[in-house]
Design a protein. Structure first.
Ligand code: PLP
Length: 395
């Protein structure tokens, strides 16, 4: 028996990617100007950003970051339980908990880490984690890291979620879902999932990455919009890289649960706290986000404008009322060809392929933001129709 050779393994994987049109490429952004970006030297209209409200350019956020960095420097110097927890982190956690109506909040450097932390901190071998098939990868990975049994139900099927919980009545259980699904843009049946969790004494975990800032009064998210408060949702995870226009995540819950995570969750314990200046910027952006009703209204108008225009042009849209408007194309080659044709016309829309979406469900994931103008959306729709036609020969 001989040990597998690494060079052969890498070459096999690269050949497989090339054959499946699965090779990915990082595009280099040189500058962002409103809804446009200079990408690899070319100015393109950006229809793939999650900065739904344009708050990545928030002047208050940038000023708070500069001021706090000038005063407190960059790195926090340690993990939260050693020496990294700063007054600016504490202030942001407190403001966020009050805003969303939860006892306590924890601030982490990323949403991916936040979901790993929650699931690893709550679950272990012998426990069960019930999840929607289309949940974000980090919820899946969190259940794996915990060593819990992962049971996935068909997309948005709350009755199936209930049956999955009922199948393991003896096990401690978490029911986890995205609120707005990141690649499809549709909403989870939050009320029915909360009822299932309640009747089965499971904890409900909701990831609000694409709901926060966009839905609910003052942008409190999809749970708030559905009338679900802290009691019904045991853990709310709020990634801050989308409508918040920043970076990091909040984990919110009742005091005993948050304390348990803080004491024991390894992805929290063993990682350096984010820059204090980042927390200062996020505090400023929280205030901006709460007051952004005009941008939320504008965004909803643009979503309607896009969908009406797409229907008029016979474009095959999925059933989404969020700023995430996917155009399902099926195979990787077609998705890449349409994205390339769009780029030639000046529009930047990333082709999304497996493993981000299931096999055979490659798509263009178009995202709208409050910074787009209706005329820009009309331009995109015309370019889409032309690009679909121009690439018809591609399977
Ligand atoms: C983006 C995203 C995350 C990860 O958050 P990061 O801060 O980017 O690590 C988690 N969940 C969902 C649903 C997301 O879309």
């Amino acid at each position: 028996m001989s040990r597998p050779r690494w060079d052969e393994r890498l070459a096999t994987a690269a050949a497989w990617r090339a054959g499946e049109d699965a090779q990915r490429r990082r595009r280099m952004v040189e500058r962002v100007e409103g809804s446009r970006a200079v990408v690899d030297g070319r100015l393109l209209l950006n229809f793939c950003s999650n900065d739904y409200l344009g708050l990545a350019a928030s002047t208050a956020g940038v000023a708070a970051l500069q001021e706090a960095a000038a005063q407190h420097g960059l790195g926090s110097g340690g993990s939260a339980l050693v020496c990294g927890h700063h007054a600016l982190h504490a202030r942001f956690e407190h403001e966020a908990a009050e805003w969303l109506g939860f006892d306590r909040a924890l601030f982490l450097p990323s949403g991916y880490q936040a979901n790993l932390m929650v699931l690893q901190g709550l679950l272990g071998p012998g426990d069960v984690c019930v999840q929607d098939k289309l949940n974000h990868a980090c919820l899946i990975d969190g259940a794996r890291l915990a060593g819990a049994e992962l049971r996935r139900y068909p997309h948005a099927d709350a009755a199936a979620a209930l049956r999955q919980l009922q199948a393991r009545p003896e096990a401690a259980a978490v029911l986890a879902t995205d609120s707005v699904f990141s690649m499809d843009g549709d909403l989870a049946p939050l009320g029915a999932l909360a009822a299932a969790a309640r009747s089965e004494q499971a904890l409900l975990l909701v990831d609000e990455a694409h709901g926060i800032g966009v839905l609910g009064s003052e942008g409190r998210g999809a749970c708030a919009a559905a009338g679900l408060t802290a009691g019904a949702v045991a853990v709310l995870v709020v990634p801050l890289g989308k409508a918040f226009g920043g970076q990091g995540a909040l984990v919110l819950g009742e005091a005993a649960l948050i304390d348990h995570l803080l004491q024991s969750a390894r992805p929290y314990l063993f990682s350096t706290t984010a820059l204090p200046a980042l927390a200062a910027a996020l505090s400023a952006n929280l205030q901006a986000l709460r007051r952004a009703d005009d941008r939320r209204d504008q965004l909803q108008r643009l979503v309607r404008h896009f969908r009406e225009g797409a229907q008029r042009r016979g474009l095959p849209l999925l059933d989404s009322v969020s700023p995430i408007q996917p155009l399902l194309l099926g195979c990787n080659a077609r998705a890449l060809a349409v994205a390339a044709a769009l780029e030639e016309r000046g529009y930047w829309v990333t082709a999304i392929r497996p493993p981000s979406v299931p096999e055979g469900r490659a798509r263009l994931r178009i995202t709208l933001t409050a910074r787009h103008r209706p005329a820009e959306i009309d331009g995109l729709l015309d370019a889409l129709a032309a690009s679909l036609e121009a690439t018809e020969a591609v399977p």
